[in-house]
Design a protein around this ligand. Structure first.
Ligand code: ADP
Length: 608
């Protein structure tokens, strides 16, 4: 090989080596870079592994906690379910739950017991199937209802938005009330409550109430009969004593006659009080409105009080509202009773000074076109202790002190008065100071009577024809006949007395009288029947009606309505009083006043 050849070969080899070295350096470079990347990746990977390990550990921890919580919750749920079930099993009432398709989900033992072990009644059974089993097995007492109708009604009931409770009777006499309710999910919760005791108690109460009502009716009937029975002989006693008083008597005999009459009247007051109280108590007292003059009524009561004023320096005063002219419409008799009681008490409990009755009409009219009439009875008597004032309107309440024990009375007066005022829609009150006096006041709504505005007298009225007044009277009781005849003794009138209603009608037909008085209870034909017969004759012949006045010992409300419904114009209760009888003649035969001699003059008014 030549040198040249060698050099070029060397040069080639050097170039080759240099190239190889460059390549090596490049490869080394690449290798390093790859190595570095690998190292970086490994580093990152180990980081991820660390993180994942931590996450895993966290997850494991959480899962353990969750498992513990689940175990606790499961335990609690089991306990709660057991308790709920224990409670449902322990309750006496039946409990059942149906799903939205009305299939039984669950029922407590009490509910199941009603089906007496019938196998078809179990979870999954439909409501309708259970109703059918109940009917077929005779578990329910349907009474007169047809089975299909009952089943349809029970199912329809469950479809209602608000399910009404229903009571059913089981074969063994137990009464059950079914109370059903839909839950928000549509399930039906059904409760069956045993109401047998309640029903039994209700029946016992009904029986007791019926018995009490029957007893109250018997009591009323007894009171009505007793009042009639006691009043009839008392009529004889009081009236005869009054007539006896008009005969020539020694002073001692006059005292005896007065005592008989006063005792009889006192007894009648007591009977009337007891009657009134029991009627109000039984809700049987009915008010009867009529036109009346309040001022006149008070003056009449003053007149009645005169005997009570004897021996006392006591003055009765009336202060009547000047604007209140004319009459009022109300139950005159009951208003009179209220006033008599209050004024009577004031006179009874006042020895000296005055008893003043004030009447005022409220300025503003009452809602129903009525006017509130306010009456106060003021006295200067013994007064009432503050602690007694609250009880004074209770029944049988009397302020019993040594000072008041000398006063008689039933202690029912104010109780009756308060109830009468309440019945009229009014109120009653009291202010009193012991030793100074009392003021009892009441206010009641009354109508103004347009018919009773006082009329001026007619000077040109023709004078009455001078002829004897013809009076026809029917009364079966001999004593009462004697009383009636005697009370008209000395009066110039023509009296025909007959013994029953039939004879009264016959006498009327023979000759029409000016005035008829009739007893109510009489044999053959009673007073109301006679009045009806006479009214029928008058209507048939076009005759003017003769005033008919009833004389009755009946004191009950129904009688009054019956008496007035028969066409009778007025009535007097027995025992008859001469002044009342004469007043009736004056009222009902005013045109005949001129023909009667010997009639008692109208009572002069008391000092105002
Ligand atoms: P009585 O029939 O006994 O009078 P009341 O119910 O009318 O029954 O009255 C009850 C009691 O109230 C009386 O017994 C009396 O003690 C007392 N009382 C009633 N009014 C007055 C009065 N104006 N002054 C003093 N006490 C009175």
């Amino acid at each position: 090989m030549s040198i040249e050849g060698f050099d070029s070969r060397l040069a080639r080899e050097r170039r080759g080596r240099l190239q190889a070295e460059r390549l090596l350096a490049q490869r080394s470079e690449e290798l390093y870079s790859a190595h570095r990347k690998l190292a970086e990746h490994a580093h990152a990977l180990s980081h991820t592994v660390i993180e994942q390990r931590a996450a895993h550990a966290d997850l494991v921890g959480r899962s353990t906690q969750a498992q513990a919580a689940l175990a606790l919750a499961t335990e609690k749920a089991v306990v709660a379910e057991r308790r709920l079930w224990d409670a449902l099993s322990a309750v006496e009432g039946g409990f059942a739950m149906f799903d939205r398709d009305l299939r039984l989900v669950i029922a407590n033992p009490a509910w199941m017991r009603a089906f007496d072990g019938v196998a078809d009644v179990a979870p999954g059974a439909s409501y309708e199937a259970i109703l059918r089993v109940s009917v077929e097995e005779g578990l329910v007492d349907l009474g007169d209802t047809a089975p299909e109708e009952w089943i349809a009604r029970m199912i329809a009931r469950c479809q209602m938005p608000t399910i009404p409770p229903v009571d059913i009777r089981l074969f063994n006499g137990i009464h059950v009330r079914l109370i059903d309710k839909r839950t928000p999910e549509g399930d039906l919760v059904s409760l069956a409550v045993d109401i047998t005791d309640t029903i039994r108690r209700e029946r016992d109460l009904e029986r007791a109430r019926d018995a009490a009502e029957a007893a109250a009716r018997a009591k009323s009937a007894f009171l009505a009969n007793m009042s009639h029975e006691i009043r009839t002989p008392m009529n004889g006693v009081v009236s005869m004593a009054e007539l006896l008083r008009d005969t020539a008597l020694t002073e001692e005999q006059a005292l005896y006659a007065d005592t008989i009459r006063n005792s009889g009247e006192a007894l009648l007051v007591i009977i009337n009080d007891i009657l009134d109280y029991s009627k109000i108590d039984a809700g049987k007292l009915v008010l009867h409105s009529e036109g009346f003059d309040l001022r006149q009524t008070i003056l009449e009561i003053f007149q009645l009080m005169r005997p009570g004023l004897e021996g006392k320096a006591l003055e009765l005063r009336l202060d009547h509202d000047g604007d209140l002219q004319g009459g009022l419409i109300g139950d005159r008799g009951r208003i009179r009773q209220i006033l008599t009681n209050l004024i009577g008490n004031s006179v009874k409990f006042t020895d000296a000074g005055h008893v003043t009755v004030r009447v005022r009409a409220a300025k503003a009219p009452h809602p129903q076109g009525k006017v509130s009439i306010r009456v106060t009875v003021e006295d200067t008597g013994i007064g009432i202790a503050p602690e007694m004032q609250a009880h004074i309107f209770g029944e049988f309440n009397q302020v019993e002190t040594d000072a008041t024990r000398r006063f008689d009375g039933t202690g029912l007066g104010l109780a009756i008065t308060q109830r009468l005022v309440a019945l009229m829609g009014g109120e009653i009150w009291l202010t009193s100071e012991p030793g100074k006096g009392s003021v009892f006041g009441f206010a009641i709504p009354l109508e103004i009577d347009p018919a009773q505005v006082p009329e001026p007298p007619h000077p040109e009225a023709p004078p009455p024809k001078p002829a004897r007044l013809r009076v026809l009277a029917a009364e079966d009781n001999k004593t009462n006949q004697l009383v009636f005849r005697s009370m008209l003794k000395g009066i110039d009138l023509d009296l025909e007395l007959v013994e029953n209603g039939f004879l009264c009608v016959e006498a009327y037909k023979r000759r029409v009288p000016d005035l008829i008085f009739t007893d109510i209870s009489m044999p053959e034909m009673d007073g109301t029947e006679a009045a009806q017969a006479i009214r029928a004759i008058e209507a048939g012949l076009g005759l003017p009606p003769v005033p008919i006045i009833a004389m009755t010992a009946h004191a009950l409300e129904g009688d009054r309505a019956r008496i007035l419904a028969a066409g009778i114009d007025g009535y007097m209760t027995k025992p008859l009083r001469k002044s009342d009888l004469h007043m009736m003649i004056r009222t009902h035969a005013p045109e005949a006043l001129g023909k009667i001699r010997g009639l008692m003059a109208a009572n002069p008014p008391a000092p105002g």
